[in-house]
Design a protein around this ligand. Structure first.
Ligand code: ADP
Ligand code: MG
Length: 186
């Protein structure tokens, strides 16, 4: 399925670039001859099985929320295919969040992520990356939708209970950062 998706996506991209080359307007894609093709792409996209990295943060492990958070993932159809409880070192947390190095909250974030145990996990399912972001809710719990993990459990914008990868590429890198292939039982 994954290969079919990639092939379909490549084909779609080629068509798109060819159209752009010819300076055709994107609305041409709505032309009836493209409709079956677009439906197929949407179908394949819906069926894409992905893996994403999740971290249950120290504020949540401290309040015994691991089970309740895992229930949210499972109820939404995501499978926990790898999981371990860890104490992150300064170096591990610092490197993991290095993309935020220049942000004013970086030092506090590393301090927070090393302040107690975390549970790192791999979640698998249809559109797992985006689905997990939806289950998590917005970074700031004040802006999170009702029913999301952050709305129900987060204490603050920093102590917001969970991390989740924000793209498929980051998910692959973040999973490899914490897990060896044999630890993921899909
Ligand atoms: P997300 O976790 O939703 O992907 P970011 O990647 O922007 O959010 O930030 C990473 C983490 O840094 C957040 O989950 C949160 O713990 C912390 N953080 C983000 N913004 C702030 C902020 N303004 N003040 C304090 N901590 C923050
Ligand atoms: Mg992020």
């Amino acid at each position: 399925m994954k290969n079919t998706c990639i092939k379909a996506q490549e084909f779609f991209n080629k068509k798109l670039f060819a159209m752009l080359d010819k300076k055709l307007h994107l609305s041409t894609l709505r032309a009836p001859k493209f409709l079956p093709f677009l439906k197929q792409i949407i179908f394949l996209k819906k069926m894409t099985i992905e893996m994403t990295l999740s971290i249950i943060k120290p504020d949540a492990t401290d309040r015994n929320l691991t089970g309740k958070i895992n229930a949210k993932f499972e109820e939404a159809g995501l499978k926990i295919v790898a999981q371990k409880r860890m104490q992150l070192s300064d170096a591990m947390a610092g490197e993991f969040y290095s993309v935020h190095k220049a942000r004013p909250f970086y030092n506090d974030l590393v301090k927070f992520m090393t302040s107690g145990p975390v549970v790192v996990q791999v979640l698998k399912g249809e559109n797992a990356v985006l689905k997990n972001r939806e289950i998590m809710g917005a970074t700031n719990p004040a802006n999170a939708d009702a029913g999301t993990i952050r709305k129900e459990f987060a204490l603050s914008i920093e102590a917001n209970s969970v991390h989740g990868s924000d793209s498929l590429e980051n998910a692959q890198n973040e999973i490899a950062y914490f897990f060896a292939g044999y630890e993921i039982i899909a």
